[in-house]
Design a protein around this ligand. Structure first.
Ligand SMILES: Cc1cc2nc3c(=O)[nH]c(=O)nc-3n(C[C@H](O)[C@H](O)[C@H](O)COP(=O)(O)O)c2cc1C
Length: 337
């Protein structure tokens, strides 16, 4: 089968080989689908369960073969820019201990193609869709949000945290004044719930979290990847053509958790989506206890496309025994340890 072309060269063969043409992944997916008992509410939007996909790690053509995508709490799309972007030169990925480094560079076909093809397909399948918005400038972000304003997207996630673009991305999300300026332009363009996706590459995340909240963000998602690199010791050269990339996967889970905890302490009622290194239901539960209203699963889905659904099903069972937490989530309320 053809897998998502996430790296620009296709997913690593080793990552796919266990699932290529596999009926196991399909049967796992079928066994995960059931009546959800524990939903959540993020910025007024109901999710069937608290588990969504993280941007850039979900591909409908790949995942839709294994499971009904409407069963996820939400589906976050790859970043969408005003015009098609080619992304960065290859190689774009490198292995790391308990994770990987990527510098895909937000390759995507542009907002017009997205609105014509991907979004209608996702909505037709019944998915709760978060459209991830990418830009190299304030004007780029505005052009995309304007086009999405009357679309079928349920929520927008503004990526002001990508470490792999030369302008926009993390440069905006690590500067509270730049973020405030952008928010003042974006907020009047749409009434759709707007999630601001935060970077961990910053000294005090609460400063930018407040800048987003004070200027009309409906929710925060955190975190995007950490800046990192790998070097090939045979050549002495960086493995990734972009030299640095973003680190994701289990290695970043404890740090991501601390970011969510800190922002929850600073902003007790702000809806938060926790992201970073989730590979099982316990990882997800930790985020919920730290104060997240929901989570997104990223890198785990690159190794196993069914991972978000499996984690959602396991979490649903674990929430049976945690009435305080599950009741709070169902009401869109927050939890603090
Ligand atoms: C291959 C790849 C592509 C990604 N593309 C995007 C993107 O387009 N927009 C975005 O906001 N985040 C993107 N991310 C970041 C993820 O959504 C997520 O924040 C990060 O990987 C941490 O979660 P994880 O450890 O579960 O992977 C990407 C991550 C990976 C690994």
């Amino acid at each position: 089968m053809v897998m998502a072309d996430i790296t620009g060269r296709g997913i690593r063969k080793s990552a796919c080989s266990g699932i290529q043409g596999s009926s196991d992944a399909y049967s796992t997916a079928q066994s995960c689908i059931h009546q959800w008992k524990h939903g959540t509410v993020v910025a007024g939007v109901p999710w069937k369960n608290p588990v969504g996909t993280a941007s850039g790690t979900f591909n409908l053509d790949a995942c839709g073969r294994f499971y009904d995508v409407s069963q996820l709490g939400s589906v976050t799309t790859k970043g969408v820019s005003p015009v098609p972007w080619q992304g960065n030169p290859v190689p774009r990925t490198a292995e790391a201990a308990a994770g990987s480094v990527n510098a895909v560079g937000l390759q995507n076909p542009g907002v017009d193609v997205y609105l014509r093809d991907e979004l209608p397909r996702l909505k037709h399948l019944g998915a709760t869709v978060i459209t991830n918005v990418a830009g190299h400038s304030d004007d780029d972000y505005c052009r995309v949000v304007e086009k999405l304003a009357d679309s079928q997207a349920d929520m927008l996630e503004i990526n002001v945290s990508c470490p792999n673009v030369s302008a926009g991305g993390m440069a905006v999300g690590s500067d509270p004044a730049a973020l405030e300026r952008l928010m003042k332009k974006l907020r009047p363009l749409t009434g759709k719930p707007m999630i601001i996706k935060l970077t961990p590459n910053i000294t005090d995340i609460t400063v930018v979290a407040r800048a987003a909240a004070d200027n009309g963000a409906d929710a925060l998602s955190m975190i995007n990847t950490f800046v990192g690199m790998r070097i090939n010791v045979d050549t002495g050269k960086p493995i990734i053509a972009n030299i640095t990339g973003g680190v994701s996967g289990p290695a970043i889970h404890p740090m991501a958790l601390a970011f969510v905890y800190k922002v929850r302490q600073a902003l007790p009622t702000m809806p938060i989506i926790g992201i970073g290194g989730i590979s099982n239901a316990d990882d997800a539960l930790e985020f919920l206890y730290a104060g997240a209203n929901a989570v997104e699963v990223g890198s785990a889905a690159l190794l196993d496309p069914v991972a978000p659904l499996r984690i959602a099903a396991d979490l649903d069972k674990k929430l049976d025994e945690r009435h305080g937490l599950s009741d709070a989530l169902a009401k869109g309320e927050t939890w603090t340890v």
